[in-house]
Design a protein around this ligand. Sequence first.
Ligand code: NZQ
Ligand code: ZN
Length: 386
Amino acid sequence: MLNFEFKNPTKIIFGKGQIKNLSNEIPKDAKILMLYGGGSIKKNGIYEQVINALEGFQFIEFAGIPANPEYEVLLKALKIIKDENITYLLAVGGGSVIDGTKFLSSAALFSGENPWDILVNNIKTEKGMPFGTVLTIPATGSEMNSGAVITRAETQEKFGMGGPGLFPQFSILDPEVIKSLPQRQLANGITDAFTHVLEQYMTYPAQAYLQDRFSESIMQTLIEIAPRILKNPADYEAASNFMWSCTMALNGLIQKGVPTDWAVHAIGHELTALFGIDHARTLAIIAPSHYRYNLESKKDKLAQYGKRVWGINEGSTEEIAKLAISKTEEFFHSMEIKTTLSEYTTDYKGTAQKISSRFTDRGWAGLGENKNLKPSDVEKIVEMSY
Ligand code: NZQ
Ligand code: ZN
């Protein structure tokens, strides 16, 4: 096991009817900016619950943070934060609203001139404006981590940011919010969380027995609840297990003491930036090719996953590893998630070359757990995913 430090200060308030308790978490004298997305919360009752809980507080609303939170839109919210002397942010939404709020938390206290620098220069946020979240879609884990991903449509770029100052102070996880999610978003959530586990697990053996089993149990739980939640998102038992699995998949715990990869996400973000493909679906496109391309260095963990998660007991390490990749694809297909780029766009030719030259331009020389994947390898992986 590798050395590690672990600190996660986010308070989780989990369960039915918990949204009302947000009033206990925000300082009474706060001036709040409540941020949300395109309006789903106005159709499913979440908006009313939040507004009722905010009774007696001073607050302003900011609506319209789009999926893949857009920099230009966030700058409008930043102006309100400054003009209105906002002191506390409340995100009501999924990964996009929460990530947008994290950017604002950082930008509100940023001493530099151009907040874009936080993203393009990867500036770590040590202290941000305090914020809490009401999660409306399980998927990203953003509700209990300190990372965010922001899009700039103008230049077709999508950049990550983060730092210890960007953990939410609290997050309310009420599994009943899942009821109103469309099939597409349910499948996206399961696929994203599943791939988060893969990114922190599918590397090389690091003799971290407990972390491996944490990861395997999250994947097994997601596989178990997937058909149930897709059939009936109001199934509270499945919904609560779905929601907690997504949070646990990316709150830092399972990655402690083990090598991590994250190449699938790095490449996937480019597909969202270039084609607008949903985040989770970009991962389903890239992951199988990535694992096939890197079979040699990943086959031991792939085989362990094949045996423990998919129950494959016969064959050589390499055979089990290959079958495990096919099982993963079948799992994505079972949720109507397509796994090749050409199924999403007819305009895919040249994408591999484009992504690899973007990585070269940004100086991203070594991706993956061994930091040895060069832009030329990325090009081959993307080509394999056509
Ligand atoms: O905008 P509204 O109208 O609210 O609709 C949203 C949106 O269209 C809808 N939705 C959310 N809750 C709903 C609902 N519809 C009905 N009922 C509800 N209860 O769902 C759509 C997608 O929402 P979004 O927030 O975009 O989804 P998700 O949580 O999957 O977030 C994706 C974003 O998070 C980033 C992705 O790159 C992407 O930008 N990620 C963030 C990470 C992090 N911070 O740790 C890690 C991830 O790997 C990921 O990169
Ligand atoms: Zn993800």
